[in-house]
Design a protein around this ligand. Sequence first.
Ligand SMILES: [Zn+2]
Length: 238
Amino acid sequence: MRPIDKGTWPLDANLKKIEFNSWGEAKPYLIKNTGRFCHFCEMKLDNSPGIEHIKPKALKHSPNLQNHWDNLMLSCVYCNSRKTKDQIKLYNYYWPHKHNTFKALNITNLGVIIVDPAIINPSQVEKANNLIQLYGLNESEDSSGGIDSRLLARLESLSNALERLNEFERGLCTINAIIANASSGGFWSVWYRVFANHITVRDALIKAPTFNGTMAACFNAASRLDPIDRNPGASDPL
Ligand SMILES: [Zn+2]
């Protein structure tokens, strides 16, 4: 999952926090700051992107969360429909705008999202797993028994990325073409993993304007741009 910086609460011309009358009004700012992708499954959001409330908006004791910038994330319809209305404790989960979720999660060759095997601390495994469960990120079937749409789209991106890798290594594909292909379907993490041995492509993926808000500090410039802890010094540095 791409680690993102969605920015601080947007300001108006007088440098005052914009008061959103509905959560939908935050959408253009989220898209501008992070690109047009689901913050959770990373799918490209072509038609009216949804807004996911991290803390459920319906809770009686948290009425201010409906239009609160910190509580709003861009989401596809699938990730946006997985959570219940139950209260959640934020610290039991990793979040793409707070943690290095690329380091926490990995993707199998079959396109399934898993906790990265390199994560062995039980508390970290639990938080990463909680995130997967909360949004059903590892589901392979939808409610009608068909293949989960996110898995299908992820597999398509994986296939495209492997094709571009093959071409790139034979000098038949430019970095610009790779970025264009990645941007059209989404799944930044898939592309970043497939091009693990090509630091120039990784660098371009981090800096691509279409993937605005990718948290560059989550990747180690001194070591092949591999993921590093986002919160060094914190009790849980990931
Ligand atoms: Zn999604």
